[in-house]
Design a protein around this ligand. Sequence first.
Ligand code: GLY
Length: 425
Amino acid sequence: MKVLIVGSGAREHALTWKALQSELSSAVYCAPGNAATGAIAVNTDIPATEVDAIVRFVKERDVGLTVIGPEASVAAGLGDALAAAGRLVFGPTAGAGRIESSKAFAKDLMARSGVATPGHHVFDDATRAKDFVRGENRAFVVKADGLAKGKGTIVAGDVDETLRAINQLMVERNLGSAADSILIEERIDGREVSLMALVDGHNVVPLAPACDYKRALDNDQGPNTGGMGGYSPPGFFSEADRESAVRSVLEPVVHALADAGTPYRGCLYAGLMVSHKGVQVLEFNARFGDPEAQVVLPRLDSDLLSMMEAAARGDLSGRAPDWSSRSSVGVVLTSKGYPGTYEVGMPIEGLGRIERDTFAFHGGTEAGPSGYRTAGGRVLTVVALGDTIAQARDRAYRNAERIQFEGVTFRPDIARREIEVAALP
Ligand code: GLY
C-alpha cells in the first residue's frame, strides 16, 4: 500500500518513521514533509493545506491511505475531500474536527455527552468579557475559540492577568480571527495528561498516555509554545485510569459525534486534568499530539499503519496495540528566542553521534550542502527509550547535549517530577 503523510513537523517525521516499519507500506510519501522525511521517504512539494493538489496526487499515485497530521489540514476539509473522492483517509472531516477548531463546539459536545469539563462562558465582545471577570473578581483561563497553534490558552494568575489576556486576544488581536470569540473558563488544579486514541467512527482504541510541557521555561514559566517535551507513561495515570477515561470521556464524545451525523475517524486527543474532582477535559485535538506522538510511537510494538488503515475503514473492533514496557522521554531543542523571534540557518552538529534507542525527530531543519541547518523554532525532538523513566531521561538529555547549534535551547525539567516522585520515601 502507498501511504501519504500530510504535514511537515517532528510529529510527521515520527509518523513517517513508524509507517515505514510496516510490512503493508510499499511507498511512503509526505506532503510536504521536511528535511528528515526526505531522507527516509519521498517528499512532495505540496503544502499540507492544498486540498485539491493533495487529492490529485492521491489519485495519480493511487495512494492507499492518507494520514492527516496537522489541524489546519483537518479544518481545510482534506478529510472530506479525500472521502468524497472515495479514498481512505485517517483523519476526521472538518465537521468532526470542530472538536478542536472550535473550543465552544467542544464544550457543547461535552455538555451533551455528560463529559466533565471546567465551567465556562463564551464572549464575542471584549468589554462584556472584562465586565464579567471584574464582577467575579478572580482569575480565569482565557481561551481563543479557534485554532491558534497551541498558543490560544492563557492560564491567568489573577484578575489583572485575566484582563490582560482578554486584551491580547480580543483588542490587540495577537491571534487574529482565532479569538473572534473567547472562552472564560474556570481554573482547576491537578496533573495534566494527554490521552490519544485511534477512532474508526465508533470504536475507540486508546494509545499509551503521555505528558507534555507547553510553557517555554523551567517549572512551567514563560509563554505557551507548540510543546517543549514530553514523556510516556506518566506514573500517576494507571491502566485503570486510562480505561476509565475511555469510558467517561472518549467514548461518549465519539458516540455523540456519530449521532450528530459527523462520525469521527482518526486520532482523537483528549487533554485531561486529573484533579481532586476526578478527570476533567481541558481540550480535544483532532490529530496526534506534538510532541506526544514523538514519545508514544517509539513505545508502540504493533503495526501503526495497519491500525490506522483499519480505523479509516471503520474496522477497529477488537484491535488492541502491544506496548513496550519501556519508558520514553522527549526533549525539544529550540532556536534561541522561540516562541518569539529567532534566527535560522545555524549548522547542526552531532546528529550522527546519538546513541541506540534514541531518535532525533526533525521539526524545523533544512538540508544544506554540509549537513542539516536550523529552519524553525522547534528544531528537533530528541527522544530516548529506557527501562525506567530515569534511564530514558538520562539518555534523552545526554543525547540532547551532543547536538549543537548556535543558540540551542531546551527545558531542563522534562519528566523531572517523575524522578522526584520515585525518590520519595
Ligand atoms: N501537545 C499538545 C498539542 O499537540 O496540541
